[in-house]
Structure formats: C-alpha cells, structure tokens
Design a protein around this ligand. Structure first.
Ligand code: TEU
Length: 583
C-alpha cells in the first residue's frame, strides 16, 4: 500500500483553540468565521497545516472534549456550512486541516448516552461501562473500584434511576464509551471519522488514543495517596490488552480509505518499544504521537495534576533526544514535537523567562529549539508572539475556568484545611500559576485595541479574561511592524527550516552536552552526512561558555546562520541566546 505523501517528510501544524482564537460575531467566544478571516495570517506564517481543537456540538463541561453530536458544530462557533467553507478555504490557501477526534468518551448529553442510561434493557445500555455498586459490611454503597478520575474524585458516577455506576475517566459528564462493543466502534467510524473525511478533512489529532482499551475487569489501583479513597489509575485506564487491535481496526475501516494524517495522543506511554508498537509503519495503527514526559517535567509529579515539580535541563534534553529518535529511518516511524498546546501553559514562562527583559530572547531561543527538530511540529496559537502565562495577581476562583484547575484547586483547599497544612495551599497556588491549562486558553492577542482585538464588537465580553500583556507588545499587530519581533523570527525560522530541510526536517539529532544544566548544544546532520547544523541554546539569564563539539572543530567551513541576540561568534552565549552554525 502506498503511503500518503503530504505529511511524510514533516509538516508544521498550527493549533487553533476555537474558543479563544478570534471572535467575529461578538459573543465573547471565538468562532469559525473569525478563523476563516485569519487564514491569510496563518498562511503568512509559513505553516503547512491547521489543527482545530474541538468545535463540535457540546455542553462544554471540558471545553468541547465532551461532544454531544459528532456531526454538528457548537452553535456559537458557527454552522456546518461555515465548517465546510473553512475546510475549502484552508485548501485554497494551500493549507491542510485536521480536526480533533474525541472518541474515548462523549458528552452525557449525546443521544447514545441518553439512550444508554434510560434502562438496563435499552439496546444501547452496553455502549458504556455500567457496573453494579459494591456494598461494605455496614451496607454502605461504593463504586466498583478505587480509580481516581483524571480530573479528580471517583471515576464512577452513580445513576439513581437505573441503580448502577458508569465509568468516566475524565469528568462525570464525559462517560467512557465501551469500545469492546463492535457496534460502538462502527458508529464512531461512521459519525466521528468518515463523516468529516468525506467532506475533505485531511486528518485528525486523536484525543486520548490509548484509553480505548482498558482493564475491563476493573481491578483496584494500588494505594499511593492514603489521604483519599481515589487512586491514580492511568496504568489501568490506558494501553489495555485490545488497544492494538482497536487502533488497527479503526485504521483499516476508516482512515485507510483516505489520504489522511493521524496524530495520536499517548499519555502514560514512556517506553520506546510501546510507542513504536503504535506508530511504526509496520504497526499499521497511528502515524505519529503526541508524547507527554518532556512537557510534563515541571508538573504532574504527584497526587494533584497541577503541582509544580522541579525539573532539570539535562532531563529536558534527554527527553528531547528520546523523542527525536523516532525520526531516524531505522525505526520507520514519524516524529512529532511541540512545546505548547491547550493543555500546557506557556513555554516561555515554564522553560525560560517571561521577565520583560528576557521574554523575547526566551521565545526566540525556544523557537530555535522547536523549529530545528526533525519530523512534524505543532506550534500553538500565541506561541509565535511570545505569549506568557496569566499574571500571578489573577484570582484563581474568579478568572480560571478550566474544570481541571477548578477541581484540583478545590481538592487542594479541602486537603489543606483537613490536614491544617497552609503550605499545601501555597504550593497549590504556585503550581496553578505556573502550569494550569488556563494559561494557554486566554484570548489570542491580535492588536492593542480593546480586548486585544479578540472581540471587537461594542460591549463584547470575552469568555476568559484578556491578559494585559497585549499592551506590552505581546500582540500580532505590534509584532508585524517590528522586524526583530518574535513573530517575524518565527517566519524567518520557518523559511530556514524549509531551505535547509536536509538538516532541520530530516537530519539526525545528536546531543552534545548531556550533563550541562545551563546550555543545550546539539547537531542536526543530514542523512548523507554532508551537512551539519550546530544549534547552541542558553537556557539561563547569564552568559554561558559553549564548546564546539570536537567532531566539528577541524571543519573550517562553519558559517553563522543566525544568532537571536546578534551575538558575536566568540565562545560565549548571551542570556537566552540561540545560535545556529552551518557546516
Ligand atoms: O487530554 C488527555 C490527557 O491525558 C489530559 O488528562 C492531560 O494529561 C491533562 O489535560 C493535563 O492536565 C485530552 C485533551 O487534550 C484534554 O484537553 C481533555 O481534557 C482530555 O483529553 C479529555 O478529553
């Protein structure tokens, strides 16, 4: 079978979060019309594809990851006709377009679940995981096991009417669909996948792609958090015994009928052999994956998902090198890298510095890193204008909207009170300020007008507070006019990536300073070995010495491609400088 070609050599994908990209009709939520009008902007960046976050009909308990109708659009975002127009106009700009595919769970308002919960004999009863309660010696009712939902509390919800629990790995309004039932799988292929590919869509970013097969004997998870009954259960919720079978079937029955690209999100999958078993060409399952370990380095260390953990640059680099292996021809797979998305706070704040004097250099340094990696890449909206996290003086209860933040913050407050531990509260607040998903969900900053140009209609109130940083040069219009802006740096770097495709897109990645905690020095070598790009990054606010790797020392041909701070070609990197030398 011939492989699809449009993504094979690597593509740069721009992720749009529909609620916060551009509000055209003035209701405070982004919409499809707003996005359609911004296609020329996206084209001007030099990206090749768009991934649109969930725009389907949804009660939005988890911002659209709870879909109540796969074949329809969330009304405030627009209509089916506008969606078709978006696909067609993206194509006429030469851009591919991917949607989000959220099929581990649906909304509790989806027709399938409404039927399922009606009564035990309903033909769709078995479309979800219904299980009886457990009763203890005192006759007290308990859920079937101790699994903690990813967003807090038990992963089971009691249904009063039919007196059984149903499983929800995420919030209770996101019931998990029973993939063990072949009718469910066929309905998903038909409604959620083929319906859109038939309309010209180019592929999907597949949400929680390793949750479809779980341990359906539902054993208790080991107790790691003794102060709560609900234990982290990712090992049981993901990568279950039938996952390969399900992914292959979905590929064969749906994706293989189209020239489409599939990016599967694989949380909790750190091992190379497991990853390859899903994404190598021989696996005939997914085309590539979104991995988590590198971007989770500074959080997810314990019981609460947003708690800050200390991270080391050496670990960051090790995980970068690990993921870049997937681009090596010997693995017959495809690599994909990212630094931000709608689940990850802003990279400048987390991995470099968002201080006013450092944020532009930081963003260019991180852009040099990301855009010099082999394979496909995702750039998240706002990343190209060095957007930073929301300021620390934002009141968590008033301004943060994400259900994960809200639940976690509630849990932390309760536990702090219960255990008389005010330091827990402080650590919780600090964690949220650094890593909450809300930071990447604030409205896109287009210009310096009211609401940063996101919602321009008179009286419009954006669904999330707009960050004041738009007044400090973090907006598209201001950066358009400045040749030295982060925005124009992204454009230049994306062009260089194409011009030197042999090293940047297809080259072999070799890390040269594994143990160093201040700098990241690596080479990208073309497959035939004839050309090398040396990338030197300073992750600190102090000047750092760097050594040209010995393999390059005797090459007299090294030519400075660029330095992000106009650096001289001496042996020191300035604060947050990125320098690239071509051999
Ligand atoms: O995220 C999958 C996932 O595992 C998340 O729990 C992630 O670890 C978490 O957001 C970090 O706090 C996907 C979507 O990207 C996310 O937006 C959804 O909320 C989730 O699935 C449920 O659909």
């Amino acid at each position: 079978k011939q492989l699809p070609s449009w993504w094979k050599d690597g593509v740069v994908i721009y992720q749009v979060y529909p609620a916060s990209f551009k509000d055209d009709n003035g209701d405070g939520l982004g919409d499809l019309r707003g996005l359609i009008n911004k296609l020329p902007y996206l084209k001007s960046l030099g990206i090749e594809a768009i991934w649109l976050g969930p725009h389907y009909k949804s009660p939005r308990k988890d911002e659209g990851y709870d879909i109540s109708d796969y074949k329809n659009i969330h009304e405030p975002f627009g209509t089916l006709e506008e969606c078709q127009e978006l696909i067609d106009k993206a194509h006429s700009h030469g851009l591919k377009i991917l949607f989000d595919l959220v099929i581990n769970h649906c909304s509790d308002q989806h027709e399938w679940f409404r039927e399922s919960r009606k009564d035990k004999s309903n033909p769709k009863r078995d479309w979800f995981y219904w299980r009886p309660a457990k009763y203890d010696a005192d006759g007290v009712r308990h859920p079937p096991n101790n699994w903690r939902s990813v967003f807090g509390g038990s992963a089971w919800e009691w249904d009063e009417a039919t007196e059984e629990y149903y499983l929800h790995c995420f919030v209770k309004e996101q019931p998990d669909m029973n993939w063990e039932n072949p009718e469910v799988r066929q309905a998903i292929y038909r409604d959620a996948i083929c319906f859109w590919l038939d309309r010209g869509l180019d592929g999907f970013r597949i949400d929680t792609a390793n949750f479809y097969s779980k341990h359906v004997d539902f054993p208790d998870a080991p107790v790691v958090a003794p102060n709560t009954p609900w234990q982290p259960a990712a090992d049981y919720m993901t990568n279950g015994p039938r996952l390969h079978e399900f992914l292959r079937e979905m590929r064969k029955e749906a994706f293989d009928h189209y020239d489409c690209f599939t990016i599967g999100e694989l949380p909790h999958t750190p091992r190379l052999e497991d990853i390859l078993s899903y994404i190598s060409v021989e696996a005939e399952a997914l085309n590539c994956t979104i991995l988590f370990d590198q971007m989770d380095l500074d959080h997810k260390g314990g019981q609460y998902p947003l708690m800050r953990t200390s991270w080391k640059l050496s670990e960051f680099k090790r995980l970068a090198a690990f993921a870049q292996q997937l681009a090596e021809p010997k693995y017959n797979a495809h690599a994909l890298s990212y630094m931000e998305n709608h689940d990850q706070a802003r990279s400048v704040t987390r991995f470099a510095s968002d201080a006013p004097e450092h944020r532009v250099a930081s963003a260019k340094m991180l852009a040099t890193y990301l855009l010099s990696l082999s394979g496909s890449l995702i750039v998240y909206q706002g990343q190209e204008i060095n957007t930073i996290n929301a300021p620390k003086d934002w009141d968590i209860d008033a301004e943060y909207k994400d259900v994960c933040t809200i639940n976690t913050w509630r849990e932390i407050k309760e536990d702090a009170e219960k255990n008389s531990d005010p330091s827990l509260l402080e650590r919780g607040r600090e964690g949220i300020q650094l890593t909450a998903r809300d930071h990447s969900r604030t409205p896109m900053q287009w210009d310096s007008s009211h609401n940063a140009g996101f919602s321009t209609k008179e009286g419009a109130k954006p669904w999330m507070r707009v960050m004041e940083s738009y007044k400090e040069g973090i907006n598209v219009a201001a950066q358009e006019d400045d040749p030295e802006s982060t925005l124009n740096f992204y454009r230049r770097m994306l062009a260089l990536r194409k011009e030197h495709k042999d090293v940047f897109v297809l080259g072999k990645f070799d890390l040269h300073d594994k143990e160093n905690e201040q700098t990241m020095i690596y080479t990208k070598t073309s497959q035939d070995g004839s050309r090398v790009a040396l990338v030197a990054l300073n992750f600190t606010s102090e000047p750092q010495a760097f050594d040209v790797p010995s393999s390059l020392k005797d090459k007299s041909t090294g030519k400075l491609l660029f330095s992000t701070v106009g650096g001289k070609s001496d042996g020191k990197l300035e604060a947050y400088e990125a320098r690239v030398i071509l051999y």
